[in-house]
Design a protein around this ligand. Structure first.
Ligand SMILES: [Zn+2]
Length: 399
């Protein structure tokens, strides 16, 4: 047993701080590690040397601001992480290493509502096939991140609503996948994973406070506060879709009236365009037509932007995020939707909160959730596993 406060436990804590900083950033120079951990340059240098000798990190020459520097990342051989994303119509799996490199990725169509047995069976086969193709042993898998298209109780791993995925009734998605793959599984909803994916790999890189908003059939949002997903005790934080914009507006599926969702989600806005564009118009189709100059689609896209902007203004006043990332099909509309969002934010948010905000389209498209599932494992895995698996003085992590 190590005594808290002893030299050994202090050293151990410093090792973990450095590993944690690099784990979420992908790679950092030694100066950046010193800044983000608060450790001195000399301490960082000693720790990096020790971690490199133990095989936990790799150090490569780079340049920072025109000066020579050393870039530190977790060793690609230290372990692999797997992301599994169940969308409403697809299954996507990615395999990555701890240096933030995606080694393998594949998607296939899947009617996720149909049968949980089929869905999890196909996920298991796809994961095993992709890991097999990398040539890396399955014993190197540190964990699996699982994304589901609906609210989930992160503590118990159960679905928050059985109406969203009726074919999954009575299933605990985390236990189901963990049982099939024999590795720890971390689970979260698609909006939270989209937020994490953009934070680590996409338009949120470099910030620690971010709101990710995805408008599709419904409106979902994921909040990152100080580098971590904020879920709230019930796991429902970020329900921006049900902010009231108009008390006498349309009745929402939640039972209230005039929620943000009723002015922005596909099921409410696409019918507005039916007279001129037929019943088969999709969100993607509307965005494409708007870009070609169709006046009705342009107007609806701009209105969606204005309404999202009202919700974002509320978020700004409450949380003061430095970045809002728009995901889902609307992100493809670019300035057609982003400019009205910014306009509403500047109109309704307090100026000091709006000034520091940038509103950007997501950079990852349909990959945001599966990359977020990889990031979830990186975020939740804990550093002792990694240090114990890599430091030569310690025993193996997997027995
Ligand atoms: Zn509502």
């Amino acid at each position: 047993m190590e005594t808290p406060g002893s030299q050994t436990s202090l050293h151990r804590a410093n090792l973990e701080r450095v590993v944690r900083a690099v784990r979420m950033a992908g790679s950092l120079t030694q100066a950046e590690i010193a800044r983000s951990t608060g450790l001195s340059a000399a301490t960082v240098s000693n720790i990096v040397r020790e971690l490199k000798e133990g095989g936990t990190v790799e150090v490569t020459p780079t340049s920072a601001g025109g000066r020579r520097a050393r870039s530190v990342s977790l060793s690609g051989d230290a372990g692999i992480v797997v992301g599994v994303d169940f969308g409403h119509t697809h299954l996507r799996v990615a395999v990555g290493n701890l240096a933030h490199q995606v080694i393998a990725e594949e998607a296939e169509p899947l009617d996720v509502d149909a049968s949980s047995e089929e869905g999890f069976g196909r996920a298991q086969r796809l994961v095993e096939r992709l890991i097999g193709a990398t040539g890396i042993g399955q014993d190197k898998v540190i964990g699996v991140g699982l994304g589901v298209p609906g609210p989930i109780d992160v503590e118990s791993g159960t679905l928050g609503s059985t109406s969203i995925l009726p074919g999954w009734k009575g299933i605990n998605p985390r236990e189901e996948l963990a049982g099939r793959l024999g590795v720890p599984v971390h689970v979260d909803n698609d909006a939270n994973l989209g937020a994490l994916g953009e934070l680590v790999w996409g338009s949120g890189r470099g910030v620690r406070d971010l709101a990710y908003i995805k408008v599709a059939d419904g409106v979902g949002a994921g909040l990152v506060i100080d580098g971590r997903i904020y879920r709230g005790p019930g796991g429902t934080a970020g329900e921006i879709g049900h902010i009231t914009l108009d008390e006498s507006g349309p009745v929402c599926r939640c039972g209230n009236r005039g929620c943000l969702e009723t002015f922005t989600a596909a099921r409410y806005v696409l019918p507005l365009l039916r007279p001129g564009h037929g019943p088969d118009l999709t969100m993607e189709g509307m965005v494409g037509l708007a870009q070609e100059g169709d006046p009705g689609c342009r107007r609806v896209v701009a209105d969606i932007g204005r309404h999202i902007g009202s919700g974002v203004a509320n978020l700004c006043n409450l949380l003061n995020p430095s970045r809002v990332v728009l995901g889902g099909p609307l992100a493809e509309a670019g300035e057609l939707v982003l400019a009205p969002i910014r306009d509403s934010v500047s109109r309704y948010a307090i100026p000091s909160a709006a000034r520091q905000l940038s509103v950007l389209p997501g950079a990852l498209g349909g990959r945001a959730e599966v990359l977020g599932a990889l990031a979830l494992v990186l975020s939740e895995m804990g550093d002792s596993t990694l240090l114990e698996s890599a430091l030569p003085t310690k025993g193996p992590a997997f027995t």
